[in-house]
Write a protein that binds this ligand. Structure first.
Ligand code: 0O2
Length: 201
């Protein structure tokens, strides 16, 4: 039997995405109004699928309940913000942290501290309080912020998770690690060139 994890909470999960998207659009407009660059290339969002949520709760040894899905796991709502440059990633992080109604729960800087496989991204989890029908509901939102190049790498690397019996897995892991490091170097070079062109700093 398929369990409807989210039930009536779907409206809150969708509301959280709309709320954070509105904040991000405001940041973009503010930066442009300041004669600065738009720091965001694009935003994507998803509500974790029921199957994926069920698998995650089970993997974490938690009972498969709506309560646990919404309070013990923080990525029922996931958002991804893709930036052109590394400094844009940190601009977004700083600006999001200024919102008083976003409570910082957890953050991980996998750009300064990449994972051993080469994964780079900034992860941040906020708790947002949404008022609905006279009640206040906490909703967690997991936000991943990274560059276009880091996202390109991450999409290909993520495919390995779902492919069984890959031939030459060791070689692929090694090659991906090399690509991650080349991408990191290129991201820094591109940012330096942009600063030179625009005579920044
Ligand atoms: P999916 O299918 O993308 O949703 P958590 O597992 O979230 O409870 P953890 O380990 O603290 O706890 O989370 P972390 O490190 O912040 O990673 C959460 C998400 O980041 C993952 O979600 C992936 O989307 C992404 N991620 C983390 N590490 C890697 C990596 O090495 N490669 C790629 N491609 N993505 C990564 P899920 O739920 O694991 O998967």
């Amino acid at each position: 039997m398929k369990i409807d994890f989210y039930k009536d909470s779907m409206v809150l999960l969708e509301g959280a995405i709309e709320n954070v998207t509105a904040k991000l659009n405001l940041i973009r407009k503010y930066k442009i109004a300041q004669n600065d660059r738009d720091p965001i290339e694009y935003i994507s969002s998803r509500i974790k699928s029921e199957d994926s949520m069920k698998e995650k709760l089970t993997r974490k040894g938690l009972e498969v309940t709506l309560e646990n899905a919404l309070t013990k796991v923080y990525d029922a709502v996931g958002m991804r913000i893709i930036c052109a440059y590394i400094d844009d990633v940190y601009t977004i992080v700083d600006m999001l942290k200024k919102y008083k109604d976003l409570k910082l729960i957890k953050e991980k800087d996998y750009i300064k501290n990449p994972k051993p496989n080469g994964y780079r991204s900034y992860h941040i989890i906020f708790e947002l309080s949404l008022d609905l029908a006279g009640e206040t509901h906490p909703v967690f939102v997991e936000i991943q912020i990274r560059t276009i190049a880091m996202d390109f790498w991450s999409s290909l690397e993520h495919q390995m998770k779902y492919k069984k019996d890959i031939k030459n897995q060791e070689l692929i892991v090694e090659e991906l690690a090399k690509c991650a490091s080349e991408i990191a170097t290129t991201d820094i070079k591109m940012q330096t060139i942009r600063k030179m062109i625009n005579k920044e700093e």
